[in-house]
Design a protein around this ligand. Structure first.
Ligand SMILES: Cc1cc2nc3c(=O)[nH]c(=O)nc-3n(C[C@H](O)[C@H](O)[C@H](O)COP(=O)(O)O)c2cc1C
Length: 312
């Protein structure tokens, strides 16, 4: 998720879920072809399994970007066919590519010939007036024909003209049934449902129908949910205390600050950790009022912990 799942966020989420597959923010193939690879792509080894999400539609650039990603050791490359922003549409990629399956298929085929990594597609269930199962199927079919195995489907259409990206994550209604139908028609594919999943009961219901669930906003805004989910799926895994997770972050924060990073760039992803716990406000406020200051270090994080009652 853009501006959210950067490398610091992912390192933090990994502590809460040893097995979840983590996805980068969307990185454009153009940025990789023209830009600073290390700045765009570096990550901590602890983040595995990690997927790089690529945005683009130029076959040569997508293929070159896939090569770079493979060299960086990513576990999966995911092609973005879901983002509705104007900037992305003017670059002719993201959700508008649902209307051009030939382009996505050409990118997929060339990338797959270039690298030995799983290449997956993240898509919507439709775009604009193309709000039907047949349309979704007509997008998926040519990709399946060239060997694409895994589709992550955000279970609402994207409205490409008239809704902001934020509205496009809430206004078009969710339609899980369309994703379930895809799995019924293509039982050999790996189908992952995304959109609106917030509870363990919802996860169970989705996993009864498809192969996986992708969780976006709930994982960011209430990251402890990921730990509860990890334990729900792997009951032997001991659920860590929230405070212990913060303590596990401290050595990472120390080394990142020593390398020149600002504390706030790391702690901004941690502010939801105590969501709905007593003291959550004191935690968030201590971080937000102090972490951005020049020279701020782990003393701010420790002060934020101490600002909460011990039970939290
Ligand atoms: C701040 C933000 C940034 C996002 N950036 C991306 C992105 O870069 N690539 C992508 O495929 N989806 C992106 N999304 C959409 C989410 O991946 C997800 O499809 C959507 O939020 C629905 O899932 P959820 O209800 O679990 O959040 C973003 C969502 C948010 C809130």
């Amino acid at each position: 998720m853009m501006d959210w799942t950067d490398r610091h966020c992912r390192y933090f989420l990994r502590l809460l879920s040893p097995t979840a597959r983590l996805y980068t923010e969307m990185v454009t193939a153009a940025a990789i072809v023209h830009g600073d690879h290390n700045h765009l792509l570096r990550y901590n080894d602890a983040e595995h399994p990690i997927a790089l999400q690529l945005g683009g539609s130029d076959v040569a650039w997508m293929t070159a970007a896939a090569r770079v990603a493979a060299n960086y050791g990513y576990d999966e490359i995911n092609i973005n066919v879901g983002c509705p922003s104007d900037r992305v549409q003017s670059g002719q990629f993201g959700a508008c590519l649902m209307g051009s399956p030939d382009i996505v298929t050409a990118c997929y085929t060339a990338m797959r010939a270039e690298v030995d990594l799983p290449i997956t597609i993240k898509t919507r269930i439709g775009i604009d007036e193309h709000d039907s199962y047949d349309f979704l199927r007509s997008f998926v079919e040519p990709l399946v024909a060239v060997g694409c195995q895994t589709f992550i489907v955000h279970a609402r259409i994207a409205i490409l003209d008239g809704l902001s990206p934020k509205e496009n994550r809430s206004v078009p209604p969710l339609n899980y049934e369309r994703v379930y139908q895809l799995k019924r028609d293509y039982p050999d594919l790996t189908i992952v449902l995304n959109g609106g999943v917030q509870t363990l009961a919802q996860v169970d219901a989705v996993l009864a129908e498809v192969d996986g669930v992708m969780i976006g906003r709930q994982a960011y805004q209430n990251p402890y949910f990921l730990a509860e989910l990890e334990q729900h799926l792997h009951p032997d895994w001991p659920l860590p205390e929230r405070r212990a997770v913060v303590e596990q972050m401290l050595p990472y924060i120390v080394s990142e600050i020593a390398a020149g990073e600002r504390l706030s760039h790391i702690t901004r992803h941690m502010s939801g950790l105590f969501a709905e716990q007593s003291g959550a406000r004191a935690w968030r406020r201590t971080l937000s009022e102090n972490a951005y200051r020049d020279g701020a270090g782990i003393d701010v994080v420790i002060a934020a912990l101490n600002a909460m009652p011990m039970a939290a």
